[in-house]
Design a protein around this ligand. Structure first.
Ligand SMILES: [Zn+2]
Ligand SMILES: [Zn+2]
Length: 253
């Protein structure tokens, strides 16, 4: 924890170009980790597909993904600049309970914000400008998580900055949230279902989204706009009526 606190103390005072370097490095590490872990999960659960195999990787897909990593680093740098300018206030790293509450607040606010953002992105006027790029890839692979239109990357980034500004979550809570966000984004683009068959039968657990939940969105753009939970889709009537059936099929039942 000391190393963590020391790093953030240094990030607050180091020359800006060094802070930008750390933003870029952090995003490159997250990207590489997602691809390595994602490939391992695809192999581990290859017998539980929820999508047909993806097309061979194209140069365009790789270019969009690399641009996404660079823009995510830019968003992180903007967040750091706002924090160093005391526009973003973060609570000091507290005890475990305070951290858990901060993480839950971040997850709930982002889950709702991204649901709204995602539905707006599917409006016919906006769809070709900000979201079509992601849907060029119907059968996802781990890399697809990063294949986004630059406007979409900046939109999500702006949303996260606003949510951090409002929640004033601690540094440790933000880092935990970013890891959580990466894991959920990755799971949604595996093309295979790691969750066990019992998932949709367990109270509370079944409100947590699965790989099949987002895979369905890639095949049926009128449903499943949520990210971490199925709560907002249930509430607003956009949950795929085939969710349980498709999830069961991926699990071989
Ligand atoms: Zn997707
Ligand atoms: Zn979409």
């Amino acid at each position: 924890m000391n190393l963590f606190n020391d790093f953030f103390a240094a990030l607050y005072t180091m020359p800006l170009e060094q802070a930008v370097f750390w933003s870029l490095l952090g995003n490159v590490v997250m990207f590489a980790a997602a691809l390595v872990v994602g490939e391992a999960l695809v192999r581990r659960y290859h017998d539980k597909p929820n999508s047909p195999p993806p097309e061979p990787i194209s140069r365009q897909e790789i270019m969009f993904a690399l641009l996404c990593v660079i823009l995510n680093a830019l968003v992180a740098a903007v967040g750091i600049i706002l924090w160093r300018a005391d526009i973003i206030h973060l609570r000091p790293n507290g005890d475990i309970l305070a951290t858990v509450i901060d993480v839950i607040v971040l997850i709930v606010l982002m889950d709702f914000g991204m649901y709204v953002f995602h539905r707006v992105a599917h409006h016919p006027l906006l769809y070709p400008i900000i979201h079509l790029t992601h849907h060029l890839y119907e059968n996802p692979r781990p890399l697809t998580l990063f294949v986004l239109n630059p406007f979409e990357v900046l939109g999500f980034g702006a949303l996260l900055i606003v949510v951090i500004l409002l929640s004033q979550a601690s540094q440790v809570a933000i880092v935990i949230y970013l890891a959580f966000n990466l894991i959920f984004g990755l799971v949604g683009h595996l093309g295979v279902e790691p969750a066990p068959d019992a998932w949709l039968k367990l109270p509370l657990i079944r409100t947590i989204s699965t790989s099949t939940f987002h895979a369905e969105h890639h095949h049926d753009k009128a449903h499943n706009f949520g990210f971490y939970t199925v709560i907002w889709d249930r509430l607003f009537g956009t949950l795929s009526p085939e969710y349980a059936q498709d999830f069961g099929r991926a699990n071989g039942s």
